[in-house]
Design a protein around this ligand. Structure first.
Ligand code: DGL
Length: 307
């Protein structure tokens, strides 16, 4: 048993959809959620740059004595999960493998669609993860970067329950409309006859009602959040690292961006007040990774040999 927190991070607010599921599954666990809003979005960035961010934020979370790190961002998972697993002592869990597993379990016709950022889709990480689980499942992928902007704008401008606001308000301020954008993005996937669609970006669960409407009935919408929470629960249970029974945990929220805005918008995603949001400066973050971790950026995946 341990009272150490679980560290969770994303480029911004989207990963709160994953943190929410983890808190639901593990109500006694302390959490630290880190949103790198000053550098959001990650999706259009070079994956090498995102790998450096993964090392910085992972180092910061390690300095806070976390017992496990969740990369609650598909782009950062695609870019840096393996690197983070090499770099840090604590277990690191990403969101792509859990999402792929949920899709493999859900599909009946073995045709799965995946939408995500340019970085995630171009990495091919979902197709690889699905193939590893079931080589008979075909993955059809499409980058849908405007959905990230729509979520960010929807959160800023909308009001009311966050899961509905995007369907309601996107018609008002998005041009072309959400449904026109979705037709371009999703029609090719519909023509491929997918029966399941993975929301391969942690921002997208906030659009799931609208995306489901655009895909039409009969297509299951899959978010990796629940499956990720299950994996987190199993991992800490296996390591005998659950918080003590009846423990009242502290949940800390940290951002590199505007703390007030993070608190205002993040509370809508968290569905409860976040409380005071802490700030971390980018200059502090960039100084954190040790030289041996920085060296990993140049030699990822090198296997040691026994002479
Ligand atoms: N939340 C990020 C993800 O899951 C996407 C947002 C971004 O581009 O930073 O990929």
């Amino acid at each position: 048993m341990t009272k150490q927190p679980i560290g969770i991070f994303d480029s911004g607010l989207g990963g709160i959809t994953v943190a929410r599921e983890i808190a639901r599954a593990l109500p006694e666990e302390p959490l630290i959620y880190f949103g790198d809003t000053a550098r959001c979005p990650y999706g259009p960035r070079d994956l090498d740059e995102v790998r450096r961010f993964v090392l910085e934020i992972g180092s910061w979370l390690e300095s806070q004595d976390v017992k496990l790190i969740v990369i609650a961002c598909n782009t950062a998972t695609a870019a840096g999960l393996a690197l983070a697993q090499q770099a840090f002592e604590v277990p690191v869990i990403g969101v792509i493998e859990p999402g792929a597993r949920a899709a493999v379990m859900a599909t009946r016709n073995r045709r799965v669609g995946v939408i995500g950022t340019v970085g995630t889709i171009e990495s091919g990480a979902y197709a690889k993860a699905v193939r590893t689980l079931d080589a008979g499942v075909t993955v059809f992928s499409c980058a849908t970067p405007r959905y990230v902007d729509i979520v960010e704008e929807g959160l800023r401008r909308g009001s009311g329950p966050v899961e509905d606001l995007l369907a309601d308000t996107t018609e008002v301020f998005i041009r072309p409309s959400f449904y026109e954008i979705s037709r371009d993005y999703l029609d090719p996937l519909r023509r491929c006859d997918v029966d399941s669609l993975v929301l391969g970006c942690t921002h997208f669960p906030l659009l799931s009602t609208a995306i489901s409407q655009a895909m039409g009935t009969g297509v299951r919408i899959i978010s990796s959040a629940e499956e990720t929470a299950r994996e987190v629960a199993e991992t800490i249970a296996r390591r005998a690292q659950r918080a003590p029974e009846g423990y009242a945990p502290v949940r800390r929220f940290v951002t590199t961006g505007d703390a007030h805005e993070f608190e205002r918008l993040g509370s809508r995603v968290w569905q409860a007040p976040l409380g005071t949001v802490e700030s971390v400066e980018l200059a502090e973050l960039s100084s954190l990774p040790r030289p041996d971790l920085i060296a990993l950026l140049d030699s990822p995946g090198v296997e040691p040999t026994c002479a």
